[in-house]
Write a protein that binds this ligand. Sequence first.
Ligand SMILES: Nc1ncnc2c1ncn2[C@@H]1O[C@H](COP(=O)(O)OP(=O)(O)OP(=O)(O)O)[C@@H](O)[C@H]1O
Length: 238
Amino acid sequence: MFIRTAASTLRQAARRQSTTALATRSISTSSGQQGARSTAFRFGTAAAAAAAVTFGYTLLTSKQESLVVHADSSVPIYGVPGTSKERTFIAVKPDGVQRGLISDIIARFERRGYKLVGMKLLVPSQALAREHYADLSSKPFFAGLVDYMTNGKAPVVGMVWEGPSVIKQGRIMLGATDPKAAGPGTIRGDYCLTIGRNICHGSDSAESAQKEISLWFGGKGEVVDWTSNNEEWIISDN
Ligand SMILES: Nc1ncnc2c1ncn2[C@@H]1O[C@H](COP(=O)(O)OP(=O)(O)OP(=O)(O)O)[C@@H](O)[C@H]1O
């Protein structure tokens, strides 16, 4: 079944790519040698893209997704808790973005050995923020929290990180919700002072991770199942 689907997708991709190659050629011929080289290069790229299909990749067809090649993975976007495919939702909140701390937060997760499998920059809608913080809807700070997340003074960076125990370890790396209780060496312990501006968010359980990853991500190819070449040096058991 997979082979048949892949073969059919390969044929469609090859047809699409050869149409692209023809169109490219008709534009390029007027510029002579350079055009021919460009045509050869683009045709080579098209062939490489088509070849990727044989390794289980699917070229998407809709206009919106026409530039995306994504792995046809059997792993749900929210991962598999308790395995090396466990996933968590980590966000750099608007204060973290405004203060230029995106790269530091990413670096800490990367250096630890965790794998980035999803990332987007956005100003969340009120609906998204309200749903994300639904369990806090009765709190007196709820309206202010939603406004701070959605007013567009700075965006949010939403990420999905993958690796063993990433949900629990992610929370430990972030530090206590109230930075006054966060230890040095944690993100909040190193960079924050107040609970209302604690720069980051991390899922607090497998259920939260599933809910939050599904809420913030979900378009095809938005979470990418890929293999890091470092994996055997980071997560192997002897
Ligand atoms: N007393 C408070 N005053 C203002 N904001 C608060 C207060 N308590 C919590 N918040 C905000 O609401 C967010 C969610 O609070 P929650 O109690 O769910 O903690 P958390 O799960 O550790 O935080 P996060 O979900 O951001 O990781 C906090 O990160 C903080 O930004």
